[in-house]
Ligand binder design. Structure first.
Ligand SMILES: Cc1ncc(C[n+]2csc(CCOP(=O)(O)OP(=O)(O)O)c2C)c(N)n1
Ligand code: SF4
Length: 258
């Protein structure tokens, strides 16, 4: 492919956002989290929602992509993002789009109670959980989402079911809760998956705009530094190992709770 055609293609795939600031992010090279934040930003722009959106950023690497964004934001105590988002939503009635960006540890371990009760209440917010199968920020400890046999700093011999328990499938679990209107899992390891995930993000945000209930999207991301891999190998690891444990797709998509 010639250079001109190549750059036209890249433009189509990745686009340019008016809401991303051109300064370097604090993330490690090859980290998947900023890509997820960029994709959410892209969707908000396409839906015309970005100027009335507030992002609630959990504790960890996951939300760092938004630090370079021109979007209203709130930080919060570890795990509490769904409750803080609910508070912002209530205070602004229906005029605001509120969503969280959380790591898998923040959302499904430390914040599991907040998450489940937000789902049970049917909070009209959107939750994006970035699953990189570990606690990235603090050096790569085991999270509930760590794969069987995966080596982390707290599972040096690999995760074993008998000792450490089994991987948690969050969107499947949330799909069983009545207050949840939408639940899906996407990945960013290929163009096709990127586009599919974009649709999931759109659908989850639309449930909030329609006032239906909680929208949840898990996004599989890479953490090359803690996985001790080159960025491209990390992408292959998602394709071959992570998706094998965490299948992609929609698990719930309803327009009412009846
Ligand atoms: C109550 C509390 N416990 C633990 C910590 C330390 N801590 C900060 S970030 C983090 C891990 C976050 O991991 P995850 O949510 O998976 O996000 P990632 O960094 O991988 O994106 C932990 C344990 C903290 N700040 N507060
Ligand atoms: S530690 Fe992992 S999740 Fe955190 S910025 Fe680095 S690559 Fe990304």
């Amino acid at each position: 492919m010639n250079n001109k055609a190549d750059s036209v293609n890249k433009e189509k795939i990745y686009g340019h956002s008016d809401y991303k600031l051109p300064f370097p992010l604090p993330s490690c090279p090859g980290c998947g989290s900023p890509l997820a934040c960029k994709l959410v930003t892209e969707v908000l722009e396409e839906l015309g929602m970005i100027r009335k959106s507030v992002v609630v950023i959990g504790v960890g690497c996951a939300g760092m992509g938004f630090f370079a964004g021109k979007i209203d934001m709130s930080l919060c105590a570890h795990g509490s993002a769904p409750s803080v988002a609910k508070g912002i939503k209530e205070a602004n009635y229906d005029d605001v789009i509120v969503f969280t960006i959380q790591g898998d540890g923040d959302c499904a371990a430390i914040g599991a109670g907040y998450l489940v009760n937000s789902a049970a209440r049917g909070d009209k917010i959107t939750i994006f959980m970035l699953n990189n199968t570990n606690y990235g920020t603090t050096g790569g400890q085991m999270a509930p989402t760590t794969l069987m046999g995966q080596v982390t700093t707290t599972t040096p011999e690999g995760r074993s079911g008998a000792t450490h328990g089994y991987p948690l499938h969050v969107p499947e679990m949330l799909a069983t809760i009545k207050g949840v209107a939408y639940s899906a899992r996407g990945a960013l390891n290929s163009f096709a998956n990127y586009q599919r995930t974009k649709k999931y993000i759109k659908s989850a945000l639309q449930k909030q705009a329609n006032g239906t209930g909680l929208g949840f999207v898990e996004i599989l991301t890479t953490c090359p530094v803690n996985w001790r891999m080159e960025p491209l190998d990390a992408m292959r690891f998602v394709e071959e190992k992570v998706i094998a444990e965490y299948p992609l797709g929609e698990f719930k998509n309803v327009d009412s709770h009846d």
